[in-house]
Ligand binder design. Structure first.
Ligand code: MG
Length: 252
């Protein structure tokens, strides 16, 4: 392992060791998220999403590890977006806006938009400024709060979009909520026939066991492909991204 890789691993460990605070606040506790914002504003070209993503990847590799989907797994998300070509998109877990920039920069359909939930007020603020710097503010609404406590916001978004459901959902928040939030989406008909559901951090070692099991057992409801890769900025640690198509039961 190179010195740079070791340093990134140590930086990840530092965040994980502070897990209680990390889970409660969504931040690593050492100011890395605010430092990321400063770095992006200082180094990335304004109005250039790719430059913003590159700056975020560089910061995570050279300064402090971040829980972005990152540049190894990012292309899996890109391919899924190309496949579904969505108009109404939901993200749960904005963090600092990396995937929001990645998603919004690839929304090609007329009137397409991303609604992104972030539980941390500080992260929401950082994400909004990073998205603004990328020139994508008109394509993204960052909502401060947990998805399961703000279903009304998601319903209103769909109403305003004149869309019966989300065409694409990206799950990238705390893993214990993947299963219950998916069920909320299904029960509230916020996903429809053909909707894409992409989930990060689904690797066997760290992924949510209940949602992994659900995907395996309900192939008729969620036609899933698991893309194996590695955890963000940690090339030695296996992880995967799942891409599922939601299927409504066939009426007999
Ligand atoms: Mg993730």
């Amino acid at each position: 392992m190179t010195l740079a890789a070791l340093s990134t691993a140590f930086s990840c460990l530092k965040a994980v060791m502070n897990m209680k605070k990390f889970l409660a606040t969504g931040q690593a506790g050492d100011g890395r998220e605010k430092a990321l914002l400063d770095y992006v504003l200082r180094t990335a070209e304004k109005g250039n999403p790719l430059s913003v993503l590159n700056a975020m990847d560089t910061y995570a590799k050279t300064s402090s590890w971040l829980m972005n989907i990152g540049d190894d797994k990012g292309p899996i998300l890109d391919k899924a977006l190309q496949k579904y070509n969505p108009r109404a998109v939901l993200e749960i877990g904005t963090f600092c806006g990396y995937s929001a920039v990645r998603i919004a920069s690839q929304l090609l359909k007329e009137g397409s938009k991303l609604l992104s939930f972030e539980m941390s007020p500080d992260n929401s603020n950082i994400a909004r400024q990073i998205i603004e710097h990328a020139g994508l503010s008109s394509k993204v609404d960052v909502v401060e709060g947990k998805f399961n406590e703000h279903l009304d916001v998601a319903k209103q978004f769909l109403e305003e979009m004149n869309s019966p459901h989300f065409d694409f959902v990206f799950l990238d928040h705390w893993k214990v909520y993947y299963m219950s939030d998916y069920l909320l989406l299904k029960e509230n008909a916020m996903v429809g026939n053909g909707s894409g559901i992409c989930a990060d951090n689904m690797g066997a070692l760290v992924g949510p066991a209940d949602f992994r099991k659900y995907l395996k057992k309900h192939a008729e409801e969620l036609e899933t492909c698991e893309h194996k890769s590695n955890a963000e900025y940690l090339s030695w640690f296996p992880d995967s991204v799942t891409v599922s198509t939601f299927k409504l039961p066939t009426q007999l």
